[in-house]
Design a protein around this ligand. Structure first.
Ligand code: CMC
Length: 428
């Protein structure tokens, strides 16, 4: 019979330790008892980038990276992308269950009634330089919202938490669209609460002189599905930032500003933007082999490829590839898609990519769709942030109510100088 323990022999002392294994993990604190003597601090685990460290127990998102499986609250991403809406998924992620029809009506109503932002925030956006990256504007304005809602400090009050979550899901698209309108010098288009969540976002982005903006239903649905695909992805860099900052008991606006900042980088949510820049730079399918050669020589990475968890095809990329065809029927085919498909084909047959288990990720095809829909490149990570908002909030909430939560505070292995005496300036 197998025992759910791990036996460790410390070869320094010859002592043996039996450490419990729970749900496939040992507790790093159980290693601390392993000492060479009473003055020894005990063993720590060293894991830069948390490659094999679980920082929490979570019931939100399941990923099997070997098999390319992604589920929110147990529901396969393929079924949600096919059958649900983004707000239905947001409810699922936040509350743990798919909403009934009245629950969904209520939830949509709450979100819809928080889409407006205080006029002082619009003045704040006005103050940014015309070419400010919208992600920089988003990070700053999300943080600024915290100063407008002092009740956000009541983080252990469940209704107050729900209210901030509604506000953040509702206002992020408004901030995003206003950041874009500011960058092109166009008047802000205010929310239209008669439209769907995604339809209203398109309205705030693209409305011109028409009395009421009518989104194209195919594009509206495609963007809604893209938001679904981005809604959560367990303990990624930005979710960890959300939990890390939230663990100091900061308000959710401050924590989400940190999460958004984490998403900004090209190794995370910024990859969709650089991925399209890469496809443009490649310019033609005939240039792909040369480009791949440079990637293999270590000159740069293939953007939108590879993942810390997925060592098989990212299931989101597969769905996005299908959506692309629907979008192109409305917008016309993007010339970049042929380059992307050929790049994927060549890479997936190449020994380097096979041996490194590198496949297209969510950012490989999403940017091509966003571009075809008329979004400028620097809005791509912002679109990722809109989709990811419910996930960040669910992670934050789960962290707060977890009885095991304490302030996030990793250890270090100190490699600096030992104690030395201060040298007076004249003797240095
Ligand atoms: N192109 C070429 N080589 C790569 C790539 C790539 N895109 N990604 C990883 N590698 C190589 C890397 O050079 C290393 O090779 P070696 O072992 O020979 O030194 C090996 O694969 C492992 O790389 P790593 O950086 O240790 O892996 P990681 O798990 O830390 O990184 C990643 C994951 C997503 C940061 C990385 O694959 C990457 O930089 N990809 C490009 C950026 C990108 O597409 N990011 C979006 C991720 S999905 C959406 C999101 O979560 O935001």
């Amino acid at each position: 019979m197998s025992t759910e323990t791990l036996t460790i022999t410390d070869n320094r002392t010859g002592k043996q330790y039996e450490i419990p294994i729970t749900q496939g993990a040992i507790r790093a604190m159980d290693l601390r008892q392993i000492k060479t003597g009473p003055k020894d601090f005990g063993i720590m685990s060293y894991d830069p980038a948390f490659a094999n460290t679980a920082s929490c127990r979570s019931a939100i998102t399941f990923i099997d990276g070997e098999q390319g499986i992604l589920r929110y609250r147990g529901y396969p991403i393929e079924q949600l992308a096919e059958q649900s809406t983004f707000l239905e998924v947001a409810h699922l992620i936040l509350q743990g269950e798919l909403p009934s029809a009245p629950q969904l009506r209520d939830f949509v109503n709450h979100i819809t009634h928080h889409t407006f932002i205080h006029e002082n925030i619009t003045r704040f956006i006005d103050g940014f330089h015309h070419d400010a990256h919208p992600m920089g504007i988003l990070v700053s304005t999300i943080a600024a919202l915290s100063t407008f809602y002092p009740d956000a400090k009541r983080i252990f009050d469940a209704p107050a938490r729900a209210l901030q979550s509604h506000r953040l899901i509702a206002k992020t698209p408004t901030l995003a669209a206003f950041a874009y309108r500011h960058s092109i010098g166009r008047a802000y288009a205010y929310p239209d609460n008669d439209l769907s969540y995604t339809g209203n976002f398109l309205n705030m982005m693209f409305k011109q002189t028409e009395l009421q903006y009518r989104p194209n239903p195919v594009l509206e649905r495609a963007l809604d599905v893209l938001f679904i695909l981005h809604a959560d992805h367990e303990q990624n860099c930005s979710a960890s930032a959300m939990r890390g900052v939230g663990s100091s008991l900061a308000d959710p606006y401050s924590a989400m500003a940190a999460a958004t900042a984490a998403l900004y980088g090209p190794r995370h949510g910024g990859a969709n933007e650089v991925s399209v820049r890469m496809l443009r730079e490649i310019g033609h399918v005939r240039n792909i082999p040369g480009y791949i050669k440079q990637v293999k020589a270590g000159e740069f990475r293939l953007q939108g490829f590879g993942h810390r968890i997925y060592k098989n095809y990212d299931p989101r990329a597969r769905i996005i590839k299908r959506i692309a065809d629907q979008v192109f029927e409305v917008t016309g085919k993007s010339p970049l898609i042929d380059i992307a498909v050929e790049l994927e084909r060549i890479a997936l047959e190449d020994e380097y990519f096979i041996s490194h288990r590198l496949y297209p990720n969510v950012d490989f095809y999403s940017g091509i769709i966003y571009e075809a829909m008329g979004f400028p490149l620097d809005m791509f990570p912002v679109l990722f942030a809109i989709g990811r908002t419910p996930g960040w909030l669910a992670q934050w909430q789960e962290m707060l109510v977890d009885t095991e939560t304490a302030i996030a505070r990793p250890r270090q292995v100190y490699i600096g100088s030992g104690q030395r005496d201060y040298t007076p300036m004249a003797e240095r």
